[in-house]
Design a protein around this ligand. Structure first.
Ligand code: ADP
Ligand code: MG
Length: 622
């Protein structure tokens, strides 16, 4: 046999494998999802290669995954006819080159409580999950550009690679797991079928399971001679065909076991189906399958774009923030899988949608794009621009609907109360407004959108939410703000500051509170910057309460009262003097607001007689 070369795992990969192999994690079955997903990825890759290189599939025509097990050897084998790995790929991808997610994953898993191991796929290290159930793993792989090689490791900090003289794969990868003592459940075909079905539901390649089926067959006459005598048999046949008083009189049967490949999944693309025929649960599990996320999506939109460019798409908002969300905002694209005529072109097309929507996940499937060009050329294609615009519009529509749904859910609260009965209180606490859930996770993206996307700014503005002086635990939108404005109020007020406590206690807020005017709290560093791009909403100007020259709609009254008071005090010596001078001839001497150029004016008091009346009365005097 060819000599094996031994390699040390890269240090972080080693730590990762230690964690996995010693894990007490219960949900070990997730390894199958990872292996199937790698097979599917590899199949997508060869299908893409075949677009420009017709001969690529000559090494093996069928694109498929096959799963089999051997109870005696305690092995589980998963084979795909994907792109395969060269020797160099095996060495690099399975052990010596650590991915960026490796360290993150090790950190996430090594807390006191341990972490959720099923997130492994998200960190780009899903392959190693095979060591949850196996103490030795062998990978045989054939890539079109190399000879077939074998990789093997018992997770003892090293792995071996050698040229494989075993059965020819044609093309693709075969992974054999030597199952641990406690992993016997994966040698059970019903269990496997259940898992394969669960994890392959949305895989668009056929997945076969090698399984046995039992069949009851009638035993031929000559085989049962020893069981019965011929006379009795003849009687049976003369009487009736299907009713027997005595079991012994039934036709002799035996069970035979047939082993055969049986396709488990349906390969149908969920996005190609009519939205009205897809259940919520199907969207949720599809989302989890392709995104490798473990949480349900917050919301989604499934649509068919028509017109200039036709495509089908499902967009999702994740239920949790991806671990690398803001690591490198400017390098992170939305994870949209782009299919052109069923061929996966890429799962992260650069700039298909603007950066601020990079939390989106989904699929886009179009027949309108040329297949036979490089990704780079495709990138420049004008169709993509149109597609991107539609995707943005749909994404914003989805968010708008989510926000509206939240609002109408509030209205329905009473009905819900009745239906849900006793557990209500708990329910209510547990279930948060879905839009606010979105907002708390991805609100920053919307604010970035306000800055970056002037074309959609007004739509985005409606998606903004703020804490305010009257919002309590909740949030206010601009629409709600405007609805709650005082009759006389002309502007939308906000205060920017470090945090809610700081702005809440700001002296600038005193007057607004006294007037019952709502003030939006801009306490995210990006808020003030974003708000520069939103100068008004619904015709109402945005105004900071800390700026000089703060005006309320009703300030004439307020300001005048203030001014009067000030003048009164300043001129008190003069008015006192004049009152003394005129004595009883006048009721009072006061400062007037009504004169502009005339120095003095004699008026009657509000409650006294008018001057005209005085004149009349004097004429009648006795
Ligand atoms: P990810 O799938 O996120 O890249 P994995 O740890 O699951 O991370 O796999 C690591 C790498 O190993 C893959 O990126 C791929 O290059 C290679 N690989 C794993 N399984 C296969 C396979 N069945 N066929 C081809 N390459 C594979
Ligand atoms: Mg993977």
């Amino acid at each position: 046999a060819p000599a094996a070369e031994t390699f040390e795992f890269q240090a972080e990969v080693n730590r990762l494998m230690d964690i996995i192999i010693n894990s007490l994690y219960k949900n070990k079955e997730i390894f199958l999802r990872e292996v199937i997903s790698n097979g599917s990825d590899a199949l997508d890759k060869i299908r893409f290669v075949a677009v420009s290189d017709k001969t690529a599939l000559d090494s093996k025509k069928e694109l498929e995954i096959r799963i089999s097990f051997d109870k005696d050897a305690r092995t589980l084998t998963i084979r795909d006819s994907g792109v395969g790995m060269t020797k160099a790929d095996l060495v690099a991808n399975l052990g010596t080159v650590a991915k960026s997610g490796t360290t993150n994953f090790v950190e996430a898993m090594s807390g006191d409580q341990g972490g959720d191991l099923s997130l492994i796929g998200q960190f780009g290290v899903g392959f190693y999950s095979v060591y949850l159930v196996a103490d030795k793993v062998r990978v045989r792989s054939k890539h079109n550009d190399d000879e077939q090689h074998c990789w093997e490791s018992a997770a003892d900090s090293s792995f071996s690679v050698w040229k494989d003289d075993g059965e020819d794969l044609g093309r693709g990868t075969e992974i054999t797991l030597y199952l641990k003592e406690d992993a016997g459940e994966f040698l059970d075909q019903d269990r496997l079928e259940e898992l394969v079905l669960r994890y392959s539901e949305f895989i668009t390649f056929p997945i076969y399971l090698y399984k046995s089926s039992t069949e009851t067959v009638e035993v031929e006459d000559d085989e049962e001679e020893d069981l019965d005598d011929e006379e009795e048999e003849d009687e049976d046949l003369d009487e009736e065909d299907d009713e027997y008083e005595d079991e012994d009189e039934a036709p002799r049967t035996t069970t035979v076991t047939n082993w055969d490949w049986s396709q488990v999944n349906s390969e149908s693309a969920i996005w190609a189906r009519d939205a009205s025929e897809v259940e919520d649960d199907e969207y949720k599990s599809f989302y989890k399958t392709f995104s490798k996320d473990t949480a349900d999506p917050t919301t989604w939109i499934h649509f068919k774009a028509e017109g200039e460019v036709e495509f089908k798409s499902i967009l999702f908002v994740p239920g949790q923030v991806p671990f690398d969300m803001y690591d490198s905002y400017h390098n992170k694209n939305a994870q949209l899988r782009l299919y052109v005529r069923k061929v996966l072109i890429t799962d992260e097309f650069e700039d298909l949608v603007p950066r601020y929507l990079n939390f989106l996940r989904g699929v886009v499937d179009s027949d309108d794009l040329p297949l036979n060009v490089s990704r780079e050329t495709l990138q420049q294609h004008k169709v993509l621009k149109v597609m991107g615009k539609k995707l943005v519009r749909k994404a914003l529509e989805m968010l708008r609907k989510l926000a509206q749904k939240s609002e109408s859910d509030d209205d329905d609260e009473d009905e819900d109360d009745e239906e849900e009965g006793d557990e209500d209180d708990e329910e209510e606490e547990a279930s948060k407004d879905p839009y606010i859930e979105f907002w708390e996770k991805f609100g920053k993206n919307i604010k970035l959108g306000i800055i970056e996307d002037s074309a959609n700014r007004s739509k985005l503005t409606k998606l903004l939410r703020y804490k305010s002086s009257t919002s309590g635990e909740g949030y206010t939108s601009f629409e709600q703000y405007v609805e709650n404005m005082k009759d006389w109020q002309k502007a939308i007020y906000y205060i920017a500051g470090e945090n809610v406590e700081a702005v809440e206690n700001s002296p600038f807020l005193e007057k607004c509170k006294a007037k019952g005017v709502e003030v939006l709290y801009m306490v995210d560093p990006i808020d003030e910057y974003a708000i520069q791009h939103v100068t008004e909403f619904d015709g109402k100007k945005l105004q900071s309460v800390t700026k000089e020259g703060l005006k309320f709609g009703d300030e004439d009254e307020a300001l005048e009262a203030k001014r009067t008071k000030l003048y009164k005090e300043t001129f008190k010596p003069l008015t006192d003097y004049l009152k003394e001078l005129y004595g009883d001839a006048v009721v009072k001497v006061s400062i007037s607001k009504r004169v502009e150029t005339t120095p003095t004016i004699i008026v009657t008091s509000q409650y006294g007689n008018s001057a005209n009346m005085e004149r009349i009365m004097r004429a009648q005097a006795f």
